[in-house]
Design a protein around this ligand. Structure first.
Ligand code: CTP
Ligand code: MG
Length: 181
């Protein structure tokens, strides 16, 4: 695979992991997952992790992956790349893993004494990728091994923080997010 095909494949494969965060921002609100419980005088997760946001994020990522499966051939032909379809396990593992990674990061941020919305450079940009990749590697291992070759994985890790910062900046400018990270 040439560099172009690697980058297109990496972006394609990660769309179902990228979208849940944005869907959660749009749909967030309502009951926090941690039920306002605390650990060591601080919230377990905080008000920024809600059931509604999480469910909307998983649903958006999974529905998108199913739609992408139907469009893989025509889009692949248009881009001249052999785009992979998402195996059933990957359809769920990518968005669920992304949300779990983001939730895990909030848990760590609260333990580190950072309030909801406080930035945590590095963690904020990669939490959901690590979650999505890790869960897909475990729950959809055959599919993962075919699609996430070493160059694709390296591209995902390099490109995602840039995309994430760009998307959050746009969401902030659009008034959808309180902070630009
Ligand atoms: N959101 C949600 N449920 C999630 C993730 C996000 O409802 N599982 C919504 C919340 O409204 C949240 C917003 O999306 O405030 C932005 O998400 P994020 O930046 O992850 O949360 P923060 O509010 O910044 O909180 P934290 O410091 O814990 O990251
Ligand atoms: Mg945040």
């Amino acid at each position: 695979m040439d560099l172009y095909a690697v980058v297109v494949t990496a972006l394609w494969a990660m769309v179902p992991a990228y979208v849940p965060n944005n869907a959660a921002v749009l749909a967030g609100g309502g009951r926090p997952i941690d039920g306002r419980r605390e650990l060591g005088g601080r919230r377990l997760l905080g008000d920024g992790k809600t059931w509604r946001g999480t469910a909307a994020g998983v649903a958006a990522g999974a529905v998108l992956a199913l739609g992408m499966n139907r469009a893989a051939t025509p889009i692949g032909e248009a881009l001249a790349v052999d785009l992979p379809e998402f195996a059933a396990a990957a359809v769920l593992a990518l968005p669920v893993g992304a949300m779990l990674g983001d939730i895990g990061a909030s848990f760590l941020k609260r333990r580190a004494g950072r309030e909801r919305g406080a930035p945590f450079p590095g963690l904020d940009q990669l939490d959901f990728v690590v979650g999505a990749v890790a869960l897909a590697a475990v729950a959809a291992s055959g599919w993962f091994g075919d699609v996430f070759t070493v160059p694709v994985l390296a591209t995902v890790l390099a490109v995602t923080p840039v995309l994430h910062i760009g998307m959050n900046g746009l969401a902030y400018l659009a008034g959808l997010k309180d902070e630009p990270w």
